[in-house]
Write a protein that binds this ligand. Structure first.
Ligand code: GCO
Ligand code: MG
Length: 439
């Protein structure tokens, strides 16, 4: 048998299953899940939950974000009481299978608590696979299709002039996209502090009047466009605080200002109204941070009723479902704008940044920054340079957690008011007549 014939025979000979699997995993033994641990820390005041999956191979473990700051203790229970016994001894290198098994194991599924718990495991398994392969997760997903992710950050103030000053500061730091929010005198507006005396109301709770907010926000956006110029991409978060009809009117009113997008004009309960907004104006629309069920995002994406899908990655169950949502959105011309506020851990931000550089239909990334205490706990946070976010190039997420430092900032650290009273939960905000509003 000639040498050439031998090579041909070998190349086509079916390798024994074991040999094939060994070749596929470079002979690395398949790691088994030995333990699930929950790291609960609040270095910046927001309750962050990270799941650590420990394998049976020394030094091989991974981290995943499971942050649902308003009900963090429930996520911890879901991980330790349910997923830990369920996954003990299971392979740590079968991510899709593990996701589907966890998702189905509660029979009743979706929802913020269970999805966040699954996300913690899911993202940790991607971290483990990256560490095994010696690659950042973005390389496992096919590599970059852009160098870094353009970000927006938050400009706010009690007065319109303050917000515009704060926006200018962000533009000076290199941000081309800026979200602008302003206080509403005497009320609890979203994204900015109340400074003036509380308006009159038939109750003593924090108060908010949607119509007053709407008038003020439209003036803010008009002034922002006038004073900041045409180049800057302006974003605004309506935070589901107005009625569906007000949302239609507000989207129409700001159409001439060429917003980058208006976010959460509607509540998840009212998404059928997107059709009305769409039929009346071309203002770009973003929605999704509150979504935790496919029945919420599928009709909006397939109906081309939004321009940006803004899911909170752990709220949908982790990296595995979100890369599918991104691929689905690409088919309908919808771009991504993953939720990236302070109540996402740096591991979650690493997952955001990873999706941002590998998915072709990237739109923009929300950036909220990492203070010194957060960097003390989380080494290897994604880096922001000139308004762009760069995922870490080290294997996995490239993040190591100092658990002793994490313990220095336990849940409750830095909390005041309702957050402190309600274990990180929110109090109520009411209209002047006492009606509870969606915050
Ligand atoms: C955003 C969000 C946040 C949420 C917060 C809830 O666009 O960043 O609306 O500010 O309100 O994440 O805990
Ligand atoms: Mg928002």
């Amino acid at each position: 048998m000639t040498r050439r014939h031998l090579i041909q025979t070998l190349a086509t000979a079916p390798l024994a299953a074991g040999a094939a699997a060994s070749a596929a995993t470079r002979g690395l033994p398949s790691p088994k899940i030995r333990d699930l641990q929950v790291i609960a820390t609040a270095p910046a005041g927001a309750r962050l939950t990270v799941v650590k999956v420990v394998t049976d191979q020394d030094g091989l473990y991974g981290y995943g974000c499971a942050t649902f700051t308003q009900r963090a203790d429930l996520v911890n229970e879901a991980v330790t009481k349910y997923l830990k016994p369920f996954l003990a001894g299971k392979p740590a290198d079968r991510i899709e299978d593990t996701w589907q098994a966890c998702y189905d194991s509660s029979y009743w599924r979706n929802g913020p608590v269970l999805n966040n718990a699954i996300s913690g495991v899911d993202q940790a398994l991607w971290d483990i696979k990256g560490r095994m392969a010696g690659m950042p997760v973005y390389e496992l997903l096919g590599g970059k299709c852009r160098e870094a992710a353009a970000c927006y950050s938050h400009a706010s103030g009690a007065e319109i002039s303050e917000t515009i000053d704060s926006a200018r500061k962000l533009m000076d730091q290199g941000f081309h996209h800026v979200r602008v929010q302003v206080g509403v005198p005497g009320m609890e507006a979203y994204g900015s502090a109340r400074t003036s005396a509380r308006i009159a109301a038939l109750h003593d709770d924090p108060v908010f009047e949607p119509a007053a907010y709407m008038r003020r926000a439209i003036r803010l956006l008009e002034e922002s466009r006038k004073q900041l110029g045409d180049e800057v991409e302006l974003l605004h978060d309506m935070h589901e605080r107005v009625s569906p009809n007000q949302a239609v009117n507000m989207a129409k009113a700001v159409e001439p200002l060429r917003m980058f997008y208006m976010e959460d004009p509607l509540s998840p309960e009212d998404i059928d109204y997107f059709r009305q907004i769409r039929s009346q104006c071309a203002t770009p629309l973003a929605m999704g941070e509150l979504f935790n069920n496919p029945h919420e995002w599928t009709p909006l994406i397939s109906g081309r009723l939004i321009d940006y899908i803004r899911i909170h990655v752990s709220e949908a169950g982790g990296l595995t479902p979100c890369r599918k949502i991104a691929a689905f959105a690409e088919m309908f011309g919808v771009k991504t704008a993953w939720h990236g506020p302070g109540d996402v851990s740096p591991v979650g931000h690493a997952a955001n940044a990873t999706l941002d550089v590998v998915c072709y239909n990237f739109g923009v990334q929300e950036y909220s920054g990492f203070n010194d205490r957060t960097r003390e706990v989380f080494q290897g946070c994604p880096e922001l340079k000139n308004g762009y976010l760069y995922p870490n190039d080290a294997p996995g997420w490239g993040i190591e957690i100092d658990e002793r430092a994490a313990a220095k900032y336990p849940f409750g650290y830095g909390e005041r008011g309702a957050h402190q009273l309600y274990n990180g939960g929110w109090g109520v905000v009411r209209k002047p007549d006492g009606t509870v509003i969606k915050q």
